[in-house]
Design a protein around this ligand. Structure first.
Ligand code: UD1
Length: 443
């Protein structure tokens, strides 16, 4: 799939942020723990959710859309214990069925997961956690297998506050007898969402959002209805888009606190940011100035917004530094941005970005989801036409990305060989132009 972007138009208007991809993927897996029906509201219709739904079905669970953004999930009867390689290779979050299915069935076999090509992404902390809870865990022929041994809560220290490992251990421990303590746990908002969801199903999880999470294992989980938090990365992408195009964009349906690290950097570069209850307006009134960014686990600056921020810094006055501390291979957008006139030098974990007056349209290729987002932002800021290939990667994490950007005035055409049902349309319907909310209901 290709996107053809005509740059140079300042983006203006309001955009409603969808439910969080990373939360939805964890919650879909976690629903397996319950024996009763679970409803998840505010789930984005994106490719990664579609893949996670395929995995639910492959494991014998039932999942369907009920209305625009609600998923109905039910896990009962005899469930399978294997996830097919063809599905796991598409998405890193397939690994989250490890903890959930361990809690549900005791036994689970998953292929080593795939996902974005941004670094080696090992699973050692996940395996260490399950092993300490008493699972016999093996890694052979590309498959991880967990079988129940003598299961008992314990104290687990994570060398790094891995989001996925924290989630897997929380889910497995939620159904393991005794008390489990995770030290140096990840503090991301999606971890808090998962803890709240587990508790809504009858789990007993405390401390999520701090680096010490305490889980008292329970034996039964009930059904529930739960609404996923807004996607802070999608919100951040539209906020940065206002800056790179020199416009004014209001993101609606956000949790302002989750975006504080992003707001602080946008203010540093000279953008005006007004936050108010559940919406944030970003406006560019003058030049962008250089700044330095270090990506860190939450509440540090999110690695998922590092490449979109690189576009903003490429247009700043002066020289900026980005240090990537979370993934070792996350500067892949840099070479493509250089095709568009950006001046970026990458050495190991650091990118040096010398600001230029403007970018120019070019043919570029998305290497991963967030690199794709940065190329879209660069295309919108550039003079002339940008052709982005492998643009289907954007559908992994951005709901109705073409429709939403178009509603802000972006000129984007989507050349797709097939309609994959993810609403990558080239233009808005008449009703959406009059009422951007209408577009949400139709998705
Ligand atoms: C999640 C997010 C992803 C985000 C990332 C960091 C999902 C589906 N994805 O990915 O969007 O960019 O958090 O905020 O929620 N690590 C190990 N050993 C392990 C596990 C991780 O060394 O067992 C390392 C990784 O190589 C990486 C770092 O920890 O360098 C962070 O990874 P992690 O927090 O686990 O990210 P994910 O959960 O994969």
């Amino acid at each position: 799939m290709k996107l053809i972007v005509q740059g140079g138009t300042p983006l203006c208007g309001r955009v409603r942020v969808s439910g969080a991809k990373n939360s939805s993927l964890a919650l879909i897996a976690a629903s397996a723990i319950s024996g009763e029906e679970v409803y998840l509201d505010n789930v984005p219709k994106i490719a990664d959710v579609k893949t996670q739904m395929e995995i639910v079905r492959a494991l014998g669970g039932q999942v369907s859309w009920e209305g625009s953004n609600t998923l109905r999930l039910k896990w009962h009867g005899s469930l399978n214990t294997d996830i097919p390689y063809s599905m796991a290779k598409k998405i890193r979050a397939s690994n989250l069925f490890l903890g959930a299915m361990a809690a549900k069935k005791g036994t689970i076999k998953i292929p080593l997961p795939g996902g974005c090509n941004i670094g080696s992404r090992p699973m050692d902390l996940h395996l260490k956690g399950l092993g300490m809870l008493g699972y016999d865990v093996s890694l052979e022929h590309g498959y991880i297998e967990a079988r129940p041994g003598k299961l008992k809560g314990c104290s687990i220290y994570l060398d790094f506050p891995s989001v996925g490992a924290t989630e897997n251990i929380m889910m497995a421990a939620a159904g393991t007898p005794g008390t489990t303590v995770i030290e140096n746990a990840a503090k991301e908002p999606e971890i808090v969402d998962l803890a709240n969801f587990l508790n809504a199903m009858g789990g007993r999880v405390r401390g999520a959002g701090t680096d010490l999470i305490i889980i008292d294992g329970v034996s039964e989980f009930k059904g529930t209805r739960f609404s996923v938090i807004p996607d802070r990365v999608e919100a951040g992408t539209y906020m940065i888009a206002a800056g790179v195009t020199g416009g004014e964009v209001t993101v609606e349906n956000v949790i302002v606190k989750h975006l504080q690290p992003v707001i602080a950097k946008l203010q540093d570069v000279g953008l005006t940011v007004d936050a108010n209850e559940d919406q944030i307006t970003v406006k560019r009134t003058g030049d962008i100035v250089a700044t330095d960014i270090k990506t860190l686990p939450y509440p540090g600056f999110p690695t998922d917004l590092q490449s979109p921020m690189m576009v903003l810094l490429a247009l700043a006055e002066g020289t900026s530094l980005i240090v990537e501390n979370v993934f070792e291979n996350r500067f892949q957008a840099a070479d493509e941005l250089k095709r568009m006139g950006a001046k970026i030098q990458v050495k190991s974990h650091t990118a040096v970005i010398e600001g230029v007056q403007g970018l120019s349209g070019a043919q570029v290729k998305a290497s991963d989801l967030r690199a794709g987002a940065s190329l879209l932002l660069a295309g919108l800021a550039a003079q002339g036409e940008t052709e982005i290939s492998c643009a289907e990667l954007l559908t992994r994490g951005y709901e109705r990305v073409v429709g939403k950007f178009s509603s802000l005035g972006a000129e984007i055409k989507c050349l797709s060989e097939e309609d994959d049902g993810l609403e990558l349309r080239t233009s808005l319907t008449a009703s959406e132009k009059e009422d951007p909310q209408a577009s949400r209901a139709s998705s």
